[in-house]
Ligand binder design. Structure first.
Ligand SMILES: NC(=O)c1ccc[n+]([C@@H]2O[C@H](COP(=O)([O-])OP(=O)(O)OC[C@H]3O[C@@H](n4cnc5c(N)ncnc54)[C@H](OP(=O)(O)O)[C@@H]3O)[C@@H](O)[C@H]2O)c1
Ligand SMILES: [Zn+2]
Ligand SMILES: [Zn+2]
Length: 339
């Protein structure tokens, strides 16, 4: 086996380049994966631009990674060489901070995050913490599974933890990598599902994904349109636009929830009126843990949910990233390696 591997690293802000690196052995509690597929998430922008707090370059982005285990570090008993596994944004907890000690490991204050605190999956090889990996079911190919490990888990977990009931009106704003999976999860969880986009371009796609209705914010007042339907019990906001999120609160039913999963650079401006009069709320939701990822994959198999993807070879990571940032991906770019 070669003692080097190909990776795509951010060498300086804005520059993705193909490099060769030396293969190292996994440390205690770690596994080394031979990567087969890695999705390109909008959050990768925080690595590519170098803007993530505390990030140091060079860094290999990528946190929707599927591969096969090829080496086990000391003390790793649960996983086997050759097993297909994946890792998402949550790559492992420190186990000692206050959220961890309260069992809330997804909110660990010092987490391992592939592509940010450690090198991620834009590579032929990646080292992951064994406690952060999920088993991949045979029913899913690696390219299908990869986007489920961040875009999938983030929308699935946010929806399943929102205290909703079958038949509730649920809207998903922003029909991109996260949103196109959010629409499918909402529909298959039994919600009356509304997709919210800007422009007519995604109307048919949203309905193909299972949306009962599409609201085009370019021509309709989104809050009024939702109120005509009775008001949403929840709106999952995935678009990276604070400006577009604020007005959504007025589209909620009494006690409805705006769940923020997109991380816009601009501020979210809110009126207090719909929050106070009607007891509406707004909160954020961050990805999920390794076992949540196994739940996401299992639900996707159960309900025949698949991401809509465009595959590209690892070497074309920069172009794939550009296509995602330009909003052209339908709906997830996935880098494929070793094929
Ligand atoms: N909470 C978490 O754990 C978590 C996990 C993963 C990602 N994220 C964040 O979630 C956001 C989305 O990520 P992604 O990978 O899904 O990005 P993406 O694939 O680029 O999709 C974003 C979508 O938002 C749409 N959009 C942008 N502005 C809009 C607006 N004003 N109204 C309606 N739609 C709008 C874009 O559509 P058009 O441009 O075609 O209109 C695009 O399809 C990012 O901020 C990312 O950092 C958070
Ligand atoms: Zn992500
Ligand atoms: Zn912690």
């Amino acid at each position: 086996m070669a003692d080097t591997y190909k990776a795509v690293e951010v060498s300086a802000p804005g520059t993705l380049r193909v490099v060769r690196r030396s293969i190292s052995e996994p440390g205690a509690g770690q596994v080394r994966m031979r990567v087969e597929a890695c999705g390109v998430c909008h959050t990768d922008a925080a690595t590519v631009t170098g803007s993530y707090p505390g990030l140091s370059l060079p860094r290999v982005p990528g946190h929707e990674v599927v591969g096969r285990i090829e080496a086990l570090g000391a003390g790793v008993n649960r996983w086997k060489i050759g097993q297909r596994v994946g890792v998402g944004f949550f790559g492992g907890e420190d186990g000692v901070c206050e959220p961890c000690r309260r069992g809330d490991i997804v909110n660990c204050q010092n987490p391992v995050v592939p592509g940010i605190t450690v090198d991620g999956g834009y590579a032929e090889v990646m080292i992951a913490e064994a406690r952060g990996i999920a088993s991949i079911p045979d029913e899913l190919t690696s390219v299908e599974a990869a986007p489920l490990l961040c875009a999938g888990i983030t929308t699935y977990n946010a929806l399943r933890n929102a205290g909703l009931r079958g038949g509730d009106l649920v809207a998903v704003q922003g029909i991109g990598g996260l949103g196109h999976l959010g629409v499918q999860f909402a529909r298959h969880m039994g919600f009356r599902t509304v997709a919210i986009g800007r422009g007519p371009g995604k109307n048919k796609l949203a309905q193909d994904l299972g949306a009962h209705l599409y609201i085009d914010t370019a021509v309709e007042d989104v809050a009024a349109a939702l109120q005509r339907l009775g008001g949403a019990r929840a709106i999952l906001a995935t678009a990276p636009s604070g400006n577009a999120m604020g007005p959504l609160v007025s589209g909620l039913a009494a006690r409805g929830k705006l769940i923020v999963v997109g991380v816009p650079e601009d501020q979210i401006q809110l009126s207090a009126f719909p929050l106070v009069f009607g007891g509406r709320s707004i909160y954020g939701s961050l990805t999920g843990t390794a076992i949540d990822n196994e739940d996401t994959l299992a639900f996707s198999v159960l309900q025949n949910i698949r991401p809509m993807i465009e595959a590209a070879p690892l070497e074309q990571a920069a172009a794939a990233y550009g296509r995602m940032m330009d909003g052209k991906a339908r709906f997830r770019m996935v880098l494929v390696t070793g094929q």
